[in-house]
Design a protein around this ligand. Structure first.
Ligand code: HEM
Length: 465
């Protein structure tokens, strides 16, 4: 039996019947991915201008014609989108075009024109997501699979529907996450059952066995998704990632050094519009990883704000909210509700809280505690693997000199203009040279933030002795 498979039926507790159906939270047999691969074309011929643009996005960026093409787009209404998969595809297209428009030049463009901003505001509001590229648009809703069994955890059979650079590296970068999400999907019902058993006031005889077994499965599952994470190097080159892919993922928050001191103005035409500062696309918006935290009772207080960027005022209220809490607003609304539900059934402290209230002496609870500590150790190690990847893909390339000029050794966006480029890659290299803190695409002071999230994970295990 694969470690990520759900519990055998005889181990599913009686209280399972009380749990709401996962589908009510948009959780499928593929976890936070859709049940079926995303559609790859909008049905209505009205959307042909968007479809044409997205299909030729890398070439338009390469030729430097994307902004002109967007400027001459008609402003299309969302009224021809009929199904949820269509709304999601529209969101993917508009988010990618938006980031390509903002970052696809020698300097960023701080005004998003009405043909993009108006439909993007409408579509993102329908989906309960912010009008910016998110993990949902770039990863969860942007893949196809050639697996005959439609096994989305088969990384080699996955491909991104769309990329901005047209490189296999960008597709692989997105697909690693898709495979991880699909691989871990079966652990979701397993852990929900176990969490439910742990909350019962009068545990059944084999309750401890059920929870211990589920925690062991969880440990194996986290190890396995960590192995998938480590496959990043196979087809995603750190130089290509740092200089070509990552600059397109940047948001409009904490991006003064990358050329957006005020954020982005979403021009709605007729003198209307709004300046917005939003986090960019980041795997940090994965509901799966936050689900693992919620189940184990890992508490995060890391705010992830990029302190050195004093030119950009922080959005009101964000000073007190942790990164993990805030990025729930960048997840599809049903997934956000699911995480709230999991936190609630875990009494706010997940397994950790339930286990610490048990008597320490019985053999069964000793085993249970050990299983819990092994699971938190696995999640801590997962975050260590991630930190090593961040070092290889961001810290090391940012140290290299002479990358600020397009056409340098792998530097720039590959636009071939020879001009001085301002974007997240050049800003990171300059920050590094000045000894300042680096900023993540999600707008965090990345290293201190990621170390803190790793340490907060370890702490959950230390609290169960
Ligand atoms: C080349 C690969 C990757 C790089 C360079 C990278 C980089 C980063 C950075 C810089 C952050 C800080 C937040 C921000 O400002 O964006 C972050 C956060 C995060 N990333 Fe990644 N990431 C990579 C791959 C992944 C993958 C495949 C996953 C799996 C879903 C992932 C999961 C997370 C999570 C969950 C966080 C939030 C912090 C935490 O909970 O520990 N990352 N990542």
């Amino acid at each position: 039996m694969s470690p990520c498979e759900p519990l055998p039926s005889h181990q599913i507790p009686r209280s399972h019947a009380a749990l709401p159906r996962l589908s009510a939270f948009g959780v499928t047999s593929n976890g936070f991915l859709p049940e079926e691969a995303p559609i790859d074309r909008l049905q209505s011929p009205n959307y042909e201008p968007w479809e044409t643009l997205i299909r030729h996005l890398p070439e338009s960026l390469q030729e430097g014609t994307l902004r002109a093409k967007v400027n001459s787009l008609p402003t299309l209404s969302a009224s021809h989108l009929t199904t949820e998969p269509e709304w999601r595809r529209a969101y993917l297209i508009l988010c990618m075009l938006t980031h390509a428009y903002i970052w696809g030049g020698d300097t960023p463009c701080e005004i998003l024109p009405p043909p993009l901003s108006l439909p993007l505001l409408r579509v993102s509001s329908h989906l309960g997501l912010p009008p910016v590229a998110t993990y949902a648009s770039l990863n969860l809703w942007n893949f196809r699979s050639t697996s005959p069994t439609l096994d989305f955890s088969n990384l080699d059979a996955l491909e991104a529907q769309h990329t901005m650079t047209g490189t296999p590296d960008e597709s692989w970068f997105y697909m690693v996450s898709v495979a991880m999400e699909a691989h871990a999907a079966p652990i979701i019902p397993t852990m929900l059952h176990a969490l439910d058993v742990a909350q019962q006031p009068y545990p059944e005889e084999d309750s401890h066995g059920i929870i211990t077994y589920a925690l062991e499965k969880l440990t194996q599952c986290i190890d396995e998704i960590g192995q998938i994470l480590e496959r990043m190097d196979e087809k995603c080159d750190p130089q290509v990632f740092f200089h070509r892919i990552r600059p397109f993922l940047a948001g409009s928050r904490n991006m003064a050094a990358a050329g957006l001191p005020r954020g982005v103005f979403y021009d709605e035409g007729e003198g209307k519009g709004e300046w917005r500062q939003l986090r960019g696309g980041s795997n940090g918006q994965s509901s799966l990883v936050q689900f693992l935290d919620a189940v184990l009772g890992v508490e995060h207080s890391a705010r992830g704000s990029s302190a050195p960027d004093t030119k950009t005022p922080q959005p009101h209220g964000s000073e007190t909210v942790s990164f993990h809490e805030e990025v729930r607003g960048y997840m599809p609304a049903p997934h956000r509700l699911f995480l709230e539900y999991v936190t609630k059934i875990g009494g706010g402290g997940g397994m950790r809280k339930a286990i610490t209230s048990l008597p320490k002496t019985e053999t069964a609870t000793v085993e249970l505690r050990e299983a819990f500590r092994r699971a938190t150790a696995a999640l801590t190690e997962f975050r260590n693997k991630h930190l090593r990847i961040v070092t290889r893909y961001i810290i090391v390339p940012s140290r290299q000199q002479g990358m600020g000029r397009d056409g340098g050794t792998g530097g720039g966006m590959g636009l071939g203009t020879g001009a001085v480029v301002t974007n997240l890659a050049t800003a990171s290299a300059s920050a590094r040279a000045a000894g300042a803190e680096l900023t993540g695409t999600g707008g965090t002071a990345l290293l201190p933030f990621l170390k803190q999230t790793r340490d907060e994970t370890a702490r959950a295990g230390e609290r169960v002795r």
